[in-house]
Ligand binder design. Structure first.
Ligand SMILES: Cc1cc2nc3c(=O)[nH]c(=O)nc-3n(C[C@H](O)[C@H](O)[C@H](O)COP(=O)(O)OP(=O)(O)OC[C@H]3O[C@@H](n4cnc5c(N)ncnc54)[C@H](O)[C@@H]3O)c2cc1C
Length: 318
């Protein structure tokens, strides 16, 4: 059985995301236990390859059509590469990458697929993947006992440090080519960075659907003002147009790492946790004691936010 583990590197604006190093650290651990190599697939140009020193081998697919995000071209070239290298396991983030390509690659490469993975280990030669499902309410274990497996992992699940060690990986320029398809790259639209900047705040007050209505936002805004903190929110608040997009925390919003993150009426879905789980201190208010936000919170209360927030704002405002 094959024993190599490959990671698809995620790069934006010339920088690798933490997920690349998290997966690379995990790839090293599993590949070395299986007696194989930890490899990274680098799509598009080879800039930044020096940062991938922890890998044993870097497979480059140097094709201009891959320099910008193009799901169709990338899928075709990844399938080509997988058929050449035939690793035991392919790791991607449960990001745009993994969500776009995970299912398609598993069908085309005839591989078992585990998505939304937060834990990965080996039992003998079986790969055990733990997935976080239904907004973190359920954990499911999948045994990847076939010849080929694909795992898409949720960002923040593994330490990135393990994938940042130095070294001189072998660089292999592959002949996997991207086929021209119907999808062409248009432009990158950068998010509007004007207005409130939640990424540089030491303290964040964050609000979720538990707030109930737009009118009630005033309550948490008063608390944020009393604490001198910006107001951030989960995605439903942004989707309903109650706060601007730059104030969204999470997978499809901003990644924040304040010294303290105070959340009110946020359940703690994986996509939200991805944006804030690295905060130094997390304090959460949620009436549901089983809400997954309490799995990452350092302190929590099941008091109703409508009782707590006004009183807190009043006390702090005095
Ligand atoms: C591809 C993708 C990307 C996504 N990106 C993001 C993202 O970037 N950021 C993000 O946040 N989500 C994102 N989501 C959505 C995510 O899956 C969740 O749906 C969302 O985070 C839920 O928001 P919430 O916690 O505010 O709402 P809910 O899950 O509805 O939770 C509301 C919580 O409020 C509590 N509550 C209710 N009333 C009170 C009260 N009076 N006092 C205290 N607590 C109360 C409830 O117990 C509940 O736990 C994404 C989803 C997908 C599929």
């Amino acid at each position: 059985m094959a024993s190599d583990v490959l990671v698809v590197a995620e790069r934006s604006g010339g920088q690798f995301g933490d997920i690349t190093f998290e997966l690379l650290g995990k790839a090293k651990e599993i590949a070395s236990a299986l007696g194989g190599k930890a490899g990274v697939v680098l799509l598009g140009d080879t800039s930044g390859v020096d940062a991938l020193g922890a890998a044993d081998v870097v497979y480059t697919i140097d094709d201009p059509s891959l320099s910008n995000y193009n799901p169709e071209a990338t899928e075709a070239s990844l399938i080509g590469l997988l058929r050449q290298v035939e690793p035991r396991l392919l790791l991607m983030g449960t990001s745009t990458y993994g969500l776009d390509w995970g299912g398609a690659l598993s069908v085309a490469w005839d591989a078992q697929l585990a998505s939304y993975v937060v834990g990965l280990s080996l039992e003998g030669s079986d790969i055990i993947a733990t997935s976080q499902l239904y907004g973190g309410k359920l954990f499911a274990e999948a045994v990847l006992d076939g010849e080929r497996g694909i795992v898409t992992a949720i960002g923040g699940s593994f330490p990135a440090e393990a994938g940042r060690t130095g070294g001189s990986p072998e660089i292999v320029a592959t002949s996997a080519t991207a086929s021209a398809g119907k999808v062409t790259f248009g432009a990158i639209k950068e998010p509007d960075k004007s207005g409130v900047d939640i990424t540089s705040a030491d303290l964040l007050v964050s609000v979720g659907r538990g707030i109930g209505s737009q009118d009630n936002l005033e309550l948490v805004q008063e608390l944020a003002d009393a604490l001198g903190s910006p107001l951030s929110a989960s995605r439903p608040i942004i989707d309903q147009g109650w706060l601007p997009k730059p104030q969204q925390v999470g997978k499809s919003g901003q990644k924040v790492k304040p010294k303290a993150y105070l959340s009110f009426g946020i359940s703690g879905a994986p996509e939200h946790l991805e944006g804030m789980r690295n905060a130094d201190l997390i304090i959460s208010c949620n009436t549901d004691e089983n809400a997954p936000i309490f799995d990452v919170a350092h302190y929590g209360t099941t008091v109703d936010l409508f009782d707590l927030v006004p009183e807190l704002a009043e006390k702090l405002g005095q």
